[in-house]
Write a protein that binds this ligand. Structure first.
Ligand code: F0G
Length: 445
């Protein structure tokens, strides 16, 4: 048996493929693929604190990377292929004020700030995995559909790996910070007249037809990189398992990766329990909430795939298009839906939806008391507040909220909140005459 291989997640198929193949889906049955490992062929430490020894060798780029210092759990590659730009230098910040906003006791809320990544979002964790695989297979041109962050991250890694890149974005549906990154890093940028779901479908067809390397989260190597966000949360908690992980849901790659990370750590005996997972979606893009929470769809539901199909047909029939201020998660057909159901199963998960108003207010709280974040990331705090009020998350439980993207990704939403709304946390600039007395009196107001 190989050290690592690709395997269909559909247990009645479970077909396996070499890691040297470029497969956006299982060629046999069309389902998503996982990366699987023969753990007997990988060096697995007996205790997670073993990884601390790599802190002292940060001049080695693999040990410096917040992804590859955990490479024992990403054993699909040789070191020579690793694509790293120093991703994963993130902070797990204890934040009592943000916690208090959500009704939580001091010491219970931690913010995993993924905005520290080189391109300003968690995507760099995954892109590091995907581009490592792209280098293993000699790919020359990477493509993705994106609500913005994937395109920024793809563009950064493509130029770091000397590869061509093309990104597909929905016309007018991308925050300026993200668009500016894709342009600046030199990606060919196609603004498709449609939304993210349209772009996702097109890019899959184009990648297949033109034999291009697809780095959306259907790419299982991307999710291997995103597992490391969970290792870093454990590391930040001195290797203790939190009670809850709270994460925003869009294309559902993160939540899928988190479930896999914990299932593997448990299987390896490196953790004694698995935290619960709360996935928070926006009300204006709430497919997962509708299917999982309202209609009770589960991984093992009878006719699961037919039920998903029927729901999408309902969306089509009603002419539904997702619409939320959190453009990063404005997605109605999440490609990782089934993997995410598996993660919810593994982690005894819950799904909640929050309104745009709740997201924007929570974002202002993260800005006022934390390191700031973009709207989609703040859905976690709005979701935590809701789950605390519902008594599902206890106010003394230990919760890690993943803040997926940097505050500067979407300045328009931030500035609009502070200048144009009378929100509780609005901090409007004060216009003042160019006059000393006027300035002093404005400062004393
Ligand atoms: N938060 C941010 C800031 C994102 O950019 C995304 C997804 C998510 C959350 C959702 O994560 O897809 O793993 O559930 N952005 C993608 C993009 C879709 O194209 O940048 P997910």
């Amino acid at each position: 048996m190989e050290k690592a291989w690709q395997q269909c997640i559909n247990s009645s198929c479970a077909a396996t493929y070499s890691i040297d193949e470029i497969l956006p889906a299982c060629p046999t049955c069309g389902n998503l693929l996982d990366i699987k490992y023969d753990w007997n062929k990988v060096e697995v430490p007996s205790n997670l604190n073993w990884f601390e020894k790599r802190w002292s060798s940060r001049n080695n780029p693999l040990d410096y990377s917040g992804v590859w210092r955990f490479r024992n759990f990403l054993g699909f590659t040789d070191d020579k292929y690793v694509a790293t730009v120093g991703e994963g230098q993130t902070i797990l910040q204890r934040n009592d004020q943000v916690g208090a906003y959500a009704g939580m006791n001091p010491g219970s809320v931690y913010l995993e700030y993924e905005g520290c990544n080189p391109s300003g979002s968690f995507k760099d964790n995954g892109m590091s995995g995907a581009f490592t695989h792209a280098r293993m297979v000699g790919a020359r041109h990477a493509v993705c559909a994106s609500t913005g962050n994937t395109s920024a991250s793809l563009a950064l890694y493509a130029h770091a790996c000397d590869m061509a890149s093309t990104v597909f974005i929905g016309s007018g549906r991308i925050a300026y910070g993200k668009l500016s990154q894709a342009l600046d890093y030199g990606a060919r940028t196609l603004q498709v007249r449609g939304n993210f779901d349209d772009c996702m479908k097109q890019v899959q067809d184009v990648a297949r037809q033109e034999k291009l390397y697809l780095v959306n989260s259907v790419n299982p190597f991307r999710l291997e990189g995103q597992k490391t966000i969970m290792y870093r949360i454990l590391e930040g908690l001195n290797w203790q398992v939190p009670d809850w992980i709270v994460v925003p849901g869009g294309n559902l790659g993160n939540s899928s990766a988190f479930g896999k990370a914990f299932a593997e750590l448990k299987e390896l005996g490196l953790i004694d329990r698995i935290p619960r997972l709360a996935i928070i979606v926006a009300q204006g893009a709430d497919t997962l909430y509708e299917l999982y929470t309202k209609r009770g769809l589960r991984l093992n539901s009878e006719d699961r795939d037919a039920k998903i199909k029927a729901y999408y047909a309902e969306l089509d029939a009603s002419g539904y298009t997702p619409d939320t201020v959190a453009t990063a998660i404005e997605i109605s057909r999440p490609v990782n839906l089934v993997k995410c159901l598996r993660a919810l199963d593994i982690c005894d998960g819950v799904v909640r939806s929050v309104s745009d108003e709740q997201i924007i207010e929570a974002k202002a709280v993260v800005g006022k008391y934390g390191l700031g974040c973009e709207p989609a990331s703040a859905a976690t705090i709005a979701g935590l507040k809701q789950l605390q009020a519902q008594g599902i998350i206890g106010n003394d439980q230990r919760v890690a909220c993943v803040l997926t993207g940097h505050q500067l990704k979407d300045p328009t939403v931030t500035v609009t909140y502070h200048i144009e709304t009378a929100g509780i946390y609005s901090n409007k600039p004060i216009e003042v005459d160019n006059d000393l007395q006027a300035i002093i009196s404005a400062m004393n107001q």
